[in-house]
Write a protein that binds this ligand. Sequence first.
Ligand SMILES: *Cc1c(COP(=O)(O)O)cnc(C)c1O
Length: 415
Amino acid sequence: MFSQETIKKIRNQFPILNQKVYSNPLVYIDNAATTQKPLQVIQASKNYYSTMNSNIHRGLHFFSQKATLHVEKVRKKIQKFIHAKYPYEIIFTKGATEAINLVASSITSFIKKGDEIIISYLEHHSNIVPWQILCEKREALLKIIPIDKDGILQLEDFEFLISEKTKIVAINHISNVLGIINPIKKIIDISHEYGALVLIDGAQAISNLCLNVQDINTDFYVFSAHKMYGPTGIGVLYGKKKILENFSPYQVGGEMIKEVSFEKTTYSDLPFKFEAGTPNIEGIIVWGAAIDFVEKIGIKNIESYKEKLFIYAIKRLSDIDGIQLYGKNDPKKRSSIISFNLSKLHCFDVGSILDRLGIAVRTGHLCAHPLMNFFNVTGMIRASFSIYNTFKEIDYLFESLLKAKKFLLKKRNFL
Ligand SMILES: *Cc1c(COP(=O)(O)O)cnc(C)c1O
């Protein structure tokens, strides 16, 4: 495991972590919402605009070719990072959300009345609403895999729900609320037995574990750059070549694509068929620097350090009287996301006090209304850790929660 000395060196690469919040040092533990960016990523952005800004795949001139080359290099880098078979199975999108919308939109013509789509209770709104709308449009049925009180997906129920009518199963790899790593390999294998396609929402998993899309044999996998130290506004849809080739374009009609192809026939091939318009060129190129950052540290090292943070945080937080922690506490099957509530206090009240003390956590429904309803709460407080967080910050979170509780309970008794 990394020493705190090494972590300090990594921390020093994140200038924002030196900022103060109401004169307290910033403790940034909202990494499941977005991670901070290291110097090499910030530098790559400046470098792009200073040395190669140009539109891609269009011009013959030097800079256009330079930018195109760099974009295609990052596509290959991502292909290697997730172990995809071909670079053109990597489609650039705005993020995980757009990637799911792309699939839900392009699959529409294959969905008939009475077909079924399966998601789970654990999904982010991005992996619920596109399927709901698709079902309404095609008079298909949306089915939900239940969970138990610890947030574990009920696979027997899944086997009961799935049938030849199931056209697509869409599940997250790691829940953004509970941090639980779902048994996606099993779900993919079962789905394929029934001829259903599978989309895995990997928004939380991409910076947390070694991914091999060919090993897990998923049909689609989606993620965003900004949750893995990269910029916002850029993400990827991975899709198997054979399936993507049969899909129609997402944002422009096929006819339009053909018109464009009078000048540039390459447009109709993968991946360009799904990348209409000028993409986020800067975002793609800068993302390359973020992947370099992750690979230099090593995703396995990141994973094991975050596991240590998780174990320590759970241990400390469990000592707080009146804390309600959600999700099964199994470090081997969790990423370092911890959602909780404190003594029936409102999560916004607790969150505001933490903010005053310099701690950035996420509070509220966490883009997962159905899961909040399941646990019978309106919101939760979520602490999520990254490679630059320290055990000392967890101690500070612990002390600050005690302070918040004392203050709010006193106020409640007074009112
Ligand atoms: C963040 C997140 C999304 C949405 O990602 P965007 O980058 O906002 O498109 C979807 N699913 C999960 C599990 C997430 O954590």
